[in-house]
Design a protein around this ligand. Structure first.
Ligand SMILES: [Zn+2]
Length: 395
């Protein structure tokens, strides 16, 4: 019995009152299972003056995709909240600036959780997620996109671990002191010596290693060197679109063979399209935070409208699902998950804010996957990887 063709209002009534009698209802299943996205770039929004995660926003108004009201509506229990640092110069001053930025972001994450203890909780163990979600809070794991802020001192990884970090990737856009990036120069032929130390330290501490943004050579060495399974927190299959940020089938199989999981990104699934209005606005966006509030709000609206009018590509919801199905067909349901790069440029036509993610569950069920398999994709697989990372670290 399926309700998805009924009007939304009816669907909501059915989900709210009759879920016990209709456990096969996709909306009810989605709300019941534990759902985590492994790459929430939303902490980048914390710099916006007046922007509160507890307020409801709209992607068409301010360009943001995740907040508490939309998480509740979309049935997202939480995920890995990202400390993202843009790549800068690989020198002492660059490292110092990057470290200050990363620490600020880390504290912003702790601060929003501390300010909303009924709604959010920091998670540090694989077993925390289900307990936190069951108590009605949203799950906040900390993740680091680009380990450039660690500088030349791998001991800094321990400091971040003590402050809650449980997932980290060595690089972002541009090769750094640790590793070659997908779109940087091939300086190290993969990992540097320091990068190899970084892998050993991540394994020792119990931090999940994230190979998204790593060059193919880096990915191969991460996989070979790590004593625990690794993750691609937001990557897609190169079989759909030949882009360096995507991963070829052989590497996805190698990842799965070592127990890892690819969390499917919504970006890079089809060729980019020209975006003249968006590109023209980019220089002004860099100064947005220094504008008076009313000018800033107007600019954000303009930016949001331009992004809707000029999507980065023709990728739509069906193509996003195609990427997920491709990986399931390739390596099975135990090695695929969701990491759509929300608030980091992600979102596709028909799936553009977190309130819309029940569509993913509906499409997975329509494909014939069981509720158990759908829950593996939404959380079970990444938590299995995390538990294994903890076991390898002896924690
Ligand atoms: Zn990214």
């Amino acid at each position: 019995m399926r309700f998805r063709h009924l009007p939304l209002l009816v669907l909501a009534c059915v989900a709210g009152t009759a879920s016990a009698q209709a456990p096969e209802d996709p909306a009810a299943i989605h709300q019941a299972i534990l759902t985590l996205d492994t790459h929430l770039d939303s902490p980048a929004n914390f710099d916006q003056p007046g922007w509160q995660i507890t307020d409801r926003h709209d992607v068409a108004q301010d360009g943001t995709q995740v907040d508490l009201p939309r998480m509740i509506e979309g049935g997202l229990d939480g995920g890995f909240w990202v400390i993202y640092t843009a790549q800068g110069p690989n020198d002492a001053r660059g490292y110092a600036v990057a470290l200050a930025h990363a620490l600020k972001r880390l504290h912003q994450i702790h601060d929003f959780v501390a300010a909303n203890p009924q709604s959010f909780a920091i998670a540090t163990r694989a077993s925390d997620a289900r307990r936190i979600a069951a108590s009605g809070q949203r799950v906040v794991y900390l993740s680091m996109e680009n380990s450039y802020p660690l500088g030349n001192d791998i001991a800094n990884l321990d400091a971040f671990y003590q402050l809650g970090l449980r997932m980290a990737g060595p690089v972002h856009n541009g090769t750094n002191q640790l590793a070659d990036s997908t779109n940087g120069e091939a300086v190290h032929g993969g990992l540097s010596e320091l990068g190899r130390d970084w892998v050993r330290e991540a394994n020792r501490l119990g931090i999940i290693i994230d190979g998204s943004h790593a060059a193919d050579s880096t990915f191969d060495q991460l996989l070979e060197l790590s004593r625990a399974p690794i993750i691609l927190s937001h990557s897609g299959p190169r079989a759909l679109h030949d882009h360096p940020r995507n991963v070829d089938d052989a590497r996805i199989k190698a990842l799965a063979a070592k127990g890892g999981v690819i969390q499917i990104n919504s970006l890079f699934l089809s060729p980019n399209k020209p975006r003249p209005t968006v590109d023209a606005l980019r220089p002004r966006m860099k100064e947005a935070d220094s504008l008076p509030p009313s000018e800033r709000a107007a600019l954000m609206r303009q930016w949001a409208e331009a992004n809707v009018a000029e999507p980065p590509s023709d990728t739509d919801f069906d193509r996003y699902m195609q990427a997920i199905f491709h990986c399931i067909d390739l390596v099975g349901v135990d090695h695929v998950g969701i990491g759509a790069d929300w608030d980091g440029g992600g979102g596709v036509i028909g799936l553009n804010q977190i309130s819309q993610i029940p569509k993913i569950t509906e499409a997975l069920l329509a494909r014939g996957l069981s509720r158990e398999d759908v829950e593996k994709i939404w959380s079970g697989n990444v938590l299995r990887v995390m538990a294994e990372v903890e076991r390898v670290a002896g924690k």
